[in-house]
Design a protein around this ligand. Structure first.
Ligand SMILES: [Zn+2]
Length: 239
């Protein structure tokens, strides 16, 4: 026997209830306090839980869920600002030409497991490096803050390698003749020997394999394949 169809007013009741549930869920507000100064944000719970880290934090039984409050004392408000804008759907990361801010936000996105934001940020970093020469001192700072083995570290080494190969006069250091980036490269070698080591091997490999007997330039990271510097969870490439 066919199931009895609900009366029209019953259907309306169900719809109204569903609408209310969506509304109630969307308007649940979580207070997020960032940094030592406790810069505060009021964020929709439905937006925050798109990030698995926050979802876990706001799952049943956690103090954060009961108090509707999350403390991110170790983080920087400018990084969390980028992260929250991203969760709210702002997919263009606007940081002008500040590679250090991009790098800091990248590390925060890594901490909160947001690989798509990491990818957007590293694409921004590549664009910055195309528009403005990467300064070895800044590359050194980015390297120091990035996780070991991260794509951001790879980008810094590959970009410096490309810049040195394509504008070597500006990086050389011969007696009194020090190119504008030469002094900074020396500082990098002194202060970040692990990065200098990675750069050395990149250049060695290029000289002995990629560029043997040929006067080519390495691939410009700014024009490398779209996904080359991306993080792909479970090997899934970007759509
Ligand atoms: Zn990708």
């Amino acid at each position: 026997m066919a199931e009895k169809r609900p009366a029209e007013d019953e259907v309306d009741d169900v719809k109204a209830k569903k609408r209310w549930q969506v509304f109630a869920h969307a308007t649940s507000i979580i207070k997020v306090y960032v940094g030592k100064d406790k810069v505060d944000y009021q964020v929709h719970e439905s937006v925050l839980v798109q990030c698995s880290w926050f979802k876990k934090c706001l799952s049943s039984g956690m103090r954060e869920q009961q108090e509707k409050k999350i403390d991110l004392e170790e983080d920087d408000a400018d990084d969390i600002d980028i992260l929250l804008r991203w969760l709210y759907g702002e997919k263009e990361v606007n940081v002008e030409r500040d590679i250090l801010r991009v790098a800091s936000a990248y590390n925060t996105a890594d901490k909160y497991r947001l690989p798509e934001l990491q990818n957007a940020l590293i694409d921004t970093a590549r664009k910055i490096c195309v528009a403005h020469r990467l300064n070895p001192r800044e590359a050194m700072i980015v390297w120091g803050g990035a996780p070991e083995g991260s794509k951001l570290r790879t980008l810094m080494v590959n970009q410096l390698h490309y810049d040195i190969c394509t504008s070597s006069e500006e990086y050389k250091s011969e007696g009194e003749k020090v190119g504008p980036y030469g002094r900074e490269l020396i500082t990098l070698m002194e202060e970040k020997p692990d990065m200098a080591h990675a750069l050395y091997w990149k250049m060695h490999k290029w000289a002995n394999t990629g560029n043997r007997n040929r006067q080519q330039t390495p691939v410009n990271p700014g024009t490398a394949g779209a996904c080359f510097y991306h993080v792909h969870v479970d090997g899934k490439r970007c759509a």
